[in-house]
Design a protein around this ligand. Structure first.
Ligand SMILES: [Zn+2]
Length: 199
């Protein structure tokens, strides 16, 4: 509870309007490892719908107003950078003594950001949603070269800095009540155990 407090305040000071967005983003982080089984594909569909709504909300709150049809790769980058304020992955700057340190012994003032994997999965879902909602593939801003380059840059930076989740570090004293990964949850009990009984 206490470890979430700091994060909560951060979100709330941004704007009350954004509370739906921030809660969507938290779910987003958990679902980046969408697998190929059928129930995780409906999970993927749900997440894609939520992401699309989040992006629509972002466009609606955008100043100056921004129509989807006028959205470019640059606007997508703006959106991805905006999401960083809800991020939970510590990314050390090259000046930080813990830069490249896989398990820093103390806190540092480096920023929390969205993990590359979350952003990459998000862009993939929004790219699909854009076309499912009538957008043309040729004008899909989520498929823009600038977005691809940005994601590659984020991946390289984060792998060098070895971004460590601040949440994980803080909860080290108590074993964190992590939800089981989706694959485990969804794997049918039929496979191996049926085989055992058969033998
Ligand atoms: Zn640092």
């Amino acid at each position: 509870m206490a470890s979430n407090h700091h994060e909560k305040i951060n979100i709330e000071t941004v704007s009350n309007n954004n509370s739906t967005i921030s809660s969507n983003i938290e779910i987003l982080a958990c679902s980046s490892a969408a697998a190929s089984s059928s129930s995780s594909s409906s999970r993927y569909e749900n997440q894609k719908r939520r992401d699309w709504n989040t992006f629509g909300q972002y466009l609606k709150n955008h100043r100056p107003p921004l129509a989807l049809s006028r959205c470019s790769g640059a606007h997508v980058l703006e959106f991805l950078r905006y999401l960083d304020q809800f991020g939970k992955t510590k990314v050390h700057t090259p000046m930080c003594p813990f830069y490249g340190h896989p398990n820093p012994p103390a806190p540092c003032p480096c920023p929390l950001k969205q993990a590359w994997g979350s952003l990459d999965a998000l862009v993939g879902r929004l790219r699909a949603a854009f076309e499912e909602n009538g957008g043309k593939p040729e004008t899909n801003p989520f498929g823009a070269r600038a977005v691809r380059l940005y994601l590659r840059e984020v991946r390289d930076l984060q792998s060098k800095a070895r971004g460590v989740s601040y949440e994980k570090k803080k909860k080290r004293k108590l074993p964190p009540p992590l939800p089981p990964p989706p694959q485990q949850l969804l794997s049918p009990p039929s496979g191996k155990s049926a085989l055992q009984f058969g033998l």
